[in-house]
Design a protein around this ligand. Structure first.
Ligand SMILES: Nc1ncnc2c1ncn2[C@@H]1O[C@H](COP(=O)(O)OP(=O)(O)OP(=O)(O)O)[C@@H](O)[C@H]1O
Length: 316
């Protein structure tokens, strides 16, 4: 089967900055593929090369089986593209702008623009430049989805959307996949990608660090566990946990009534259950695996440091 996107040894330099260092990536048709990475990882650069907005320094790219440098508008019409930075300082209404794009893309179903706008809660009558950032993002999304393209390339699609609209967008992505369309989307947070992506590539400093299914990422992720045991039994229980390869950061909080032993587990659930079975346990809490943390480990450094720097970025 011809991949929907086939990237081979892709390198892009901007002067002295190397944005992509020999990236290889193949995306099967009909899949939702997420690329995640911190700011500056090279996500936008990759997408812009796929759209032939910029040209690679070396390497090859095939999009829907074609070379984007040669295929021209016919290929472009088969792609729905949401740029990371939307330039939409126009006086015309959302409806007029979207109708114009639909004409360029050869969309036949005009009612689809209204239907998509309604789903996302977008007022099509207002001049685009008067819209908030989130509403401009909705215009960009309707533009990308309106002509039901074979391939959707979406750069940070949920940026600026409130949680309810994000859910609607994710439903649109699932429907696109169910209709056989391929979706390639980027984000710097896993939480939105994990809900829809079949596969995830982690990009860091212009290199693919890992390609994984969301299930495998989840299996490799750390789970926080908290076990309540009788007073004064915590140390012995903690010692047993520390013997497991899968247990990390084992700690005991003692009180007069009971001890609480906390730990982080990676895999090794059966061995953990065996320790529980040998012990007196009053209560047990196992948290959902934290994928954010699993991915941040690929970014390098300590996961909590990375979380902190991301939080700073969001607040700055
Ligand atoms: N036009 C340009 N000129 C010079 N350097 C550039 C240019 N565009 C991108 N870069 C650099 O290339 C690297 C990759 O940038 P890119 O925008 O592709 O990353 P990104 O993963 O999309 O990041 P973000 O999440 O911040 O959008 C960065 O170091 C960036 O500064």
């Amino acid at each position: 089967m011809t991949p929907a996107i086939d990237i081979s040894a892709l390198t892009k330099r901007y002067g002295r900055t190397t944005a992509l260092h020999g990236v290889d990536l193949a995306i099967e048709p009909g899949r939702v593929f997420g690329v995640i990475g911190p700011n500056g990882a090279g996500k936008t650069t990759t997408m812009r090369i796929l759209l032939d907005i910029i040209r690679p320094t070396s390497g090859t790219v095939r999009v829907l089986g074609e070379d984007p440098r040669e295929a021209g508008p016919a290929l472009r019409r088969r792609i729905g593209y949401l740029p990371g930075e939307l330039a939409m300082d126009t006086r015309v209404s959302g409806r007029a702008l979207l109708t114009h794009y639909a004409q360029l893309n050869g969309a036949r179903d005009r009612a689809r623009i209204s239907a998509l706008a309604e789903r996302l809660g977008l007022d099509l009558g207002r001049p685009v430049r008067s819209l908030s950032k989130g509403n401009k993002q909705k215009v960009g999304l309707v533009q990308a989805f309106a002509h039901s393209p074979d391939l959707l390339v979406l750069d940070e699609p949920t940026s600026g959307l409130d949680p309810l609209v994000q859910q609607e967008f994710l439903a649109m992505v699932r429907e696109a996949r169910d209709a056989g369309q391929t979706v390639f989307l980027s984000s710097h947070v896993i939480s939105e990608i994990e809900q829809v992506a079949d596969e995830v590539a982690v990009l860091r400093d212009g290199r693919i660090v890992d390609v994984s299914t969301v299930e495998r990422l989840r299996a490799a992720a750390l789970r926080d566990v908290r076990v309540t045991v009788p007073a004064a039994a915590g140390d012995a229980f903690a010692a047993e946990l520390r013997r497991l390869d899968s247990a990390h950061d084992v700690a005991v909080a003692a009180s007069a009534e009971h001890d609480i032993v906390s730990a982080r587990l990676r895999d090794g659930i059966p061995a953990f259950l065996a320790v529980l079975a040998r012990s007196t346990v009053h209560d047990l809490v196992v948290q959902e695996p934290d994928l954010e943390r699993a991915v941040l480990q690929f970014y390098g450094g300590d996961a909590s440091d990375a979380s902190a720097s991301q939080a700073e970025e969001v607040s700055s």
